[in-house]
Design a protein around this ligand. Structure first.
Ligand code: ZN
Length: 405
């Protein structure tokens, strides 16, 4: 496709985005009004499926893990657009500038729980697909919009289920998390590690008969803290880190504790694996008679499926010379005649599975601003949501031309 054609395409996409704008805002407002705590996404999934049908998707379905999916086109190769429907929970409603579930619009900005994380992303990808249907355009690959579940508690778990349980493997993934209309090519990973010491329980009146597991833990805490300066370093993300976040033992204040367990929050650079993380920690704690493991995180979907898996979320980084990144940059430039900013996220996303585990090229682009995520000022600029939808509509044409040929 010549540049002239692309510019013409972009102009038609802009017109369609204007036409569809009221429906897009209506859909986003409805999503905000539905409380969508993690694991309780059912009603928001139903609302998303209804919208995917209304915009004329060629195929609309809910997968086993309860993600909402709508496909445009019937090509074998597909781009997956991912944004999650679940939100974190309201801590104190009195802190909110506007009622969190009312979708108040003021001066072009929509306020409400999940606006910036990640319901505006859902609206943008669904309306990217809607623009394609509205213009009857075929980019040469299918586009699948995914209203994802379970991201806040266990990012990547629901996407893993779609790929590995239901067998849908996209060629590339776009994540509509907060980027403020810039491109993001990765983030650090994270995992939880539990370290346990064993002692010998005894009555607290005769402590010399026991062995205190809490006291045995003290040098272990010191040793794992001292690992920080020697943790793996990445050129883009810097150094990983780990910090003790929890300490537990038996709830018996009148006994010498027979066991003690700490949790470590470990931030990972790309390339670290469960084995490499555990190996380093075990080496440091072995002389203290302590054991380390990565726990299994319990996750149940709103459809009742058990998705329990290791609490390990790998980091990832798309290469600067990646064709997917180039397609993102070209899409941005075609639409707005300037270069996109390219950086990495501070937080973790479903990309931990798509890029970090499954090796599927993954790129971030979304309308929301990171500074409003998980705050009582949660909001999104509606003009930016419209612009993101235009990006998602034009992207597959440029991707098909530049990447797939
Ligand atoms: Zn998010």
């Amino acid at each position: 496709m010549q540049n002239l054609d692309l510019n013409e395409q972009a102009a038609r996409i802009q017109d369609a985005a204007e036409t569809l704008y009221p429906s897009m805002v209506n859909f986003l407002s409805d999503l905000i009004r539905i409380r969508t705590y993690t694991g309780e996404e059912g009603p928001a999934v139903e609302r998303t499926l209804a919208e995917l049908r209304a915009i004329g998707c060629d195929k609309v379905w809910m997968d086993s893990a309860g993600n909402a999916l709508g496909q445009v086109g019937n090509h074998k190769s597909a781009l997956l657009y991912n944004a999650h429907l679940d939100t974190n929970e309201i801590a104190d409603e009195s802190e909110w500038a506007y009622p969190p579930l009312e979708a108040v619009i003021s001066d072009g900005t929509l306020y409400g729980l999940g606006a910036s994380d990640c319901k505006a992303g859902v609206a943008a990808i669904v309306y990217g697909a809607a623009i394609l249907k509205n213009l009857k355009l075929d980019p040469g690959c299918s586009v699948i919009a995914m209203g994802a579940t379970l991201e806040e508690d266990a990012e990547g778990f629901a996407l893993r289920s779609l790929v590995e349980r239901d067998g849908l493997r996209p060629e590339a993934v776009l994540l509509a998390e907060a980027t403020d209309l810039s491109l993001r090519r990765g983030h650090r990973g994270r995992c939880e590690v539990r370290v346990r010491t064993r002692g010998k329980a005894a009555h607290a009146s005769t402590p010399h008969l026991g062995e205190n597991a809490i006291l045995k833990m003290l040098p272990v805490i010191d040793a794992v803290e001292k690992m920080n300066p020697s943790l793996p370093v990445d050129a883009t993300f810097g150094q990983g880190n780990q910090v003790v976040t929890l300490i537990v033992g038996p709830h018996t204040p009148n006994s010498v504790p027979g066991w003690c367990e700490i949790s470590l929050d470990r931030r990972l650079v790309p390339g670290e694996t469960p084995a490499s993380v555990l190996e380093g920690i075990r080496e440091v704690i072995k002389s203290y008679d302590a054991v380390a493991e990565i726990p299994i995180q319990k996750v149940r979907s709103h459809t009742g499926i058990n998705l329990d898996d290791q609490a390990f979320f790998p980091g990832w980084l798309l290469n600067t010379d990646s064709p997917l990144l180039a397609a993102g940059q070209a899409t941005f430039k075609t639409l707005w005649k300037k270069d996109a900013e390219v950086s990495v996220w501070k937080f973790s996303t479903d990309g931990t599975y798509s890029a970090g585990s499954a090796g599927i090229p993954t790129l971030g682009f979304g309308p929301q601003e990171e500074r409003f995520v998980h705050t009582p000022m949660d909001q999104v600029n509606l003009e930016k949501v419209k612009k993101a939808a235009m990006f998602y509509a034009l992207f597959p044409f440029i991707y098909s031309n530049q990447v797939r040929k």
